[in-house]
Design a protein around this ligand. Structure first.
Ligand code: SF4
Length: 224
């Protein structure tokens, strides 16, 4: 199909896709599993530490059927829909449901700034809770917290000690650890991973420490 024909696809059928690739899941509950990543184009946020700025613009229109067909070609059991901010495209919900129907274990990486209600309940939501160090903490949607279940995860990327103290307060203020698993992760190249690990242990926090596995294996290489 030509680029022009793709751009003329009915709005109800199309998604703007930056890339689809096969790699190891680098974070969250399914870390280490071979996974197909579907990266949707566009994000309304501008986090200081963003490592996927190339997904803000560009990409190409694809139908949901085309995405499913490429995903199937890798033969993986896990699929992660990511961005950008995937929920910025209304057809993302349809894609998630179709992937679940096809039998994949599906996760969604979302910024926490978009409403997560109404998504297929089989989808594992990995939702950011933006800290002041990201520059986007004011975008956190409080209403999302009430929707999370035990199969979801809240991820806080911490830039410095001030972020860590803020995150500790957020744990208590919003009862985060009672809602689902809470992930604390150092902003790569900004906060020393070992330092964060020691803070968590010293404070006996009920959180799961994680580093981004793919960054240690492949650095910032795109499509990894
Ligand atoms: S929400 Fe994610 S993709 Fe969007 S700017 Fe922040 S880190 Fe980048």
């Amino acid at each position: 199909m030509s680029a022009r024909a793709r751009a003329e696809l009915p709005a109800a059928e199309r998604l703007r896709i930056t890339e689809i690739f096969h790699s190891l899941q680098g974070e969250a509950a399914s870390v280490g599993h071979p996974t197909v990543f579907v990266r949707l184009t566009g994000c309304p946020l501008r986090c200081h530490y963003c490592d996927t700025e190339y997904a803000f613009y560009g990409g190409g229109w694809r139908t949901v059927d085309e995405v499913l067909s490429q995903v199937a070609s890798y033969g993986a059991r896990f699929v992660c829909v990511t961005g950008g901010e995937p929920l910025a495209q209304p057809n993302c919900a349809q894609l998630l449901a179709r992937l679940c129907d096809a039998g994949y274990r599906v996760s969604l990486e979302t910024s926490g700034a978009m409403d997560i209600r109404g998504l297929d309940p089989r989808v594992e939501r990995v939702m950011d809770w933006k800290t002041p160090g990201s520059g986007e903490a004011s975008r956190n949607l409080l209403s999302n917290l009430t929707v999370l279940t035990a199969q979801d995860q809240i991820k806080l990327v911490l830039c410095d000690r001030a972020d860590y103290e803020w995150a500790k307060y957020a744990l208590i203020e919003h009862g985060l650890a009672e809602r689902c698993e809470v992930l604390f992760s150092p902003s790569h190249g900004q906060l020393d991973a070992r330092e964060l690990a020691e803070w968590i242990l010293a404070d006996r926090l009920p959180v799961r420490f994680q580093i981004q596995l793919h960054k240690y294996l492949w650095g910032n290489e795109r499509g990894r």
